[in-house]
Design a protein around this ligand. Sequence first.
Ligand code: NAD
Ligand code: 6OD
Length: 497
Amino acid sequence: MSRISSAPAQQAASILNFIGGEFVAAGSGKTFENRSPVDGCLLGLVSEAGEAEVDAAVKAARAALAGPWGALEMAERTELLYAVANEISRRFDEFLQAEVADTGKPASLARHIDIPRGAANFKIFADVVKNVPGEFFQMATPDKKGAINYAIRVPRGVIAVIAPWNLPLLLMTWKVGPALACGNTVVVKPSEETPATATLLGEVMNAVGVPKGVYNVVHGFGPGSAGELLTRHPGIDAVTFTGETRTGAAIMKAVADRVRPVSFELGGKNAGVVFADCDFDAAVEGMGRAVFANCGQVCLGTERVYVERPIFDKFVAALKAKAESLKPGRPEDAKTGLGPLISQEHRNKVLSYYDKARDEGATVVTGGGIPKMEGGLANGFWVEPTIWTGLPEDSAVVREEIFGPCCHVRPFDTEDEAVRLANDTQYGLASTVWTTNLARAHRVAAKIEVGICWVNCWFLRDLRTPFGGSKQSGIGREGGVHSLEFYTELRNVCVKL
Ligand code: NAD
Ligand code: 6OD
């Protein structure tokens, strides 16, 4: 990754690893830079965990499992998780500041989504584990005395949580919440781009009395660094990961020798399907959010938009107006509608698709470049929100995940054609469908091959429902009781009476 550096040895890291309840610098003294995507300024140095720190974190997690954490009753455990949620809410502004500094996203977005969900992810799974139905059977036996056969759920053990940078606290706690609720301990490897909120959560864990070693954080990169060291560590019982599909493939290989289970939320190339009978304004508003929110850095976002021909031109014009209304700016400015991309490296990737679209013959409806920013902001990683039309379905821009504020819009003529186009991808994470025809809504939702299909909305769901991706967008489902399938094992007990 681009932000690694050999910082002078005398400069101390401001962001430390959190191991066994202590904030610790790596013994090697290695650090890497954490820079603001808004203006490129140095936010601090992060201590890069090596083999010794990863090993210590896994051992601390194992010890907590065998010790104080494993000894807690479920009610005591869930009380601690409610306390974690409350403490995140109490320190809301600190989490907000940290998340916004790392990501550059508009503070209004983080205030409404990232931080509240960081707290909710602990509450919801504390609720869920208290209400899990069990299995119990009375059996007849030849001696007529009978038997009772039932299943209990036990924690899997030490869970490695590998998280991405786009919704750092939300996506990390979406894994840590259920893992802890089910009685596991965790070692988290946050993205190298966004180390702050995972570290702050360590303070919260200590403050509310979560036993030391239950929650550990190691900082670093993927291959050859903390990420790979963690997934290859023999003390890990399972890996839960959110990130790119090809990283998921590397992690699968890393755990294959030890046959460890994985839960993956991976990439997408999500389709939005807009029928002519939709509520037009709601569809434009919803698709605008699905394409441009978080500067397009949402795995559930839409990069392929299919619009029924009678409203195609009108829809493209309205989406263009929406794109052009989004003003880039500082996160704390209430007028800011669009943040920067996360890094220079990611901006290079997104801009390479802006170039490819032109090379492939796209009509650039709006955007396609870098906005002119004033003063320090000129050093940030900004791109223009961008809309293309006129590309064939086999072009790179239509097939590959870009993860930027951009989409290709194409007309369709029939419902069958819309479903076929939406499904013509190796991914299967999410889709959004806009129609006022109820029968059509149900029909199309059932046919689109994705983990979640939204109708007349986007990014809305009850956290008790299953979440995950089909095809190359993931393995497994998390959310509500579905998380228990991954974070616990069922043990069968049969008692002869
Ligand atoms: P990434 O795969 O590059 O990195 C994610 C995490 O994995 C980081 O912490 C990184 O350091 C670590 N990592 C990288 N290589 C590793 C390796 N070989 N072994 C162990 N760890 C490794 O993803 P990203 O760039 O942080 O996030 C963007 C991607 O994540 C996009 O593809 C997006 O679609 C996907 N994503 C998916 C979901 C979902 O719910 N399906 C959610 C958010 C993001
Ligand atoms: O809302 C969630 O729980 C979730 N996993 C969202 C994923 C967003 C991807 O960027």
